[in-house]
Write a protein that binds this ligand. Sequence first.
Ligand SMILES: C[S@@+](CC[C@H](N)C(=O)[O-])C[C@H]1O[C@@H](n2cnc3c(N)ncnc32)[C@H](O)[C@@H]1O
Length: 301
Amino acid sequence: MSTPSLAVQITTPELKLLQALIYQECGMYFDERRMHFLQNRLLGRLKECRLDSFYSYYRLLISPDGKQELSRLLEDLTVNETSFFRSKAQLDLFHKYLLDDILQAKQAQGDYSLRFWSAGCSTGQEPYTLAMLVADGLAYYCLRNPSAFPGAYPKPLIPPPWKVEILASDINYSVLRAGEEGIYSENQMASVDYSYRLRYFDKVGERYAVKKQVKELVHFDFHNLKTQYQPQGNDAIFCRNVMMYFDQAEQKRLIEKFRRCLNPNGYLFVGHAESLRGLSDKFAMVHRNSGTGYQRIEEAE
Ligand SMILES: C[S@@+](CC[C@H](N)C(=O)[O-])C[C@H]1O[C@@H](n2cnc3c(N)ncnc32)[C@H](O)[C@@H]1O
């Protein structure tokens, strides 16, 4: 390897090769508007690897020794912006209206296990928000339906026989580690009101740590949405602000995969700037106020 010159230019064929590789690996598509970002990040990785051409960098990525560098590159290309209680109206739709329907339907079937998936969870604010909302939603449900709650004391976060599992997945290992740690700064807590802070966080110095009982509901795992295998049996999937980085063909494939990963009548939530319009006719839109979600349509028997 040689010392790279500062003025390494990427050629069009090199750019096309790298773009195609990234798309094939994770579904991210870089159009004209995001081209500058892509080139910048590629240059950063090229320098880090001390290579002198983008073609050598491409060769490294596709070589058996390039796996680790490929993950590093994908980490550098992901946008990890997130926050607690993001898209409040949509979360209200979920926990004030739809969650109740899910609980009733499950209870009627004698099935007390709930499974949610935050796909593209970034640093954990989304899955922990879900954990808090589901815990509150279940407590309220059991208050109104006392027969579903034997009244154990002290009250557990998730009243038995209910079980809650939240899968939090991402392609970026460093955000997954931050999520697993579950410690957030005052800035990151800006959208968490005092009642949630009191009940679901411990103050650690200047920061807030998610309480153990909440953490136990969330399982962080590496998962690439581009791959065929996807976790099954979900009552709802939150894949928000992820699809917007994919092209239309990849979005269609992903939505079809999500459909198969949902339980009958399950819900899919996408980001505020995303929609299923023109991508799938196998979901029905549900909305309240300005919150929107999609319910899987079941074929008539
Ligand atoms: C903008 S963040 C959204 C976080 C959260 N869902 C929210 O709305 O606040 C997008 C996340 O998607 C992840 N991501 C991008 N491509 C992915 C892929 N192919 N598989 C899994 N996660 C991916 C990124 O690493 C990033 O953490």
